[in-house]
Design a protein around this ligand. Structure first.
Ligand code: FES
Length: 119
């Protein structure tokens, strides 16, 4: 993952689904951590959505939890993800913030096999 610069994201395929791997900036992380749980339709801490010690990496399935479109990366008012199909807005933790999607972008099962490699 060295190839993914800070602020960049890539999309990989996993079991036929797009998975976003995003190298978050310190601002992305700060913004995600600062959100009060009371503002989240599907409350989850940022910490619970990343791996300890690797919080610069956000790994989520790139499928909108509304009707399954593929959201755009780094778009929308929270700088996270935006699904233009019906206007769901996700934050830099992939949590739903506005729009019709009922839940956060799904974090798939993964682990770090080294500092630069995940499985
Ligand atoms: Fe994403 Fe409807 S499918 S907002």
């Amino acid at each position: 993952m060295q190839a993914i610069q800070v602020g960049q994201a890539i999309t990989v395929k996993w079991r036929g689904k797009p998975v976003f791997i995003r190298h978050r900036t310190p601002e992305d992380i700060k913004a995600a951590e600062a959100v009060p749980m009371s503002e989240l339709p599907d409350p989850q801490t940022d910490q619970s959505r990343v791996k300890e010690g690797h919080d610069q990496w956000l790994v989520v399935i790139g499928i909108c939890t509304h009707l399954g479109c593929i959201p755009l990366i780094r778009q929308g008012e929270f700088g996270g993800f935006f699904c233009p199909c019906h206007g769901s807005v996700y934050d830099t933790s992939g949590r739903i913030r506005r729009g019709p999607a009922p839940s956060n972008l799904t974090v798939p099962p993964y682990q770090f096999v080294s500092d630069t490699k995940i499985r």
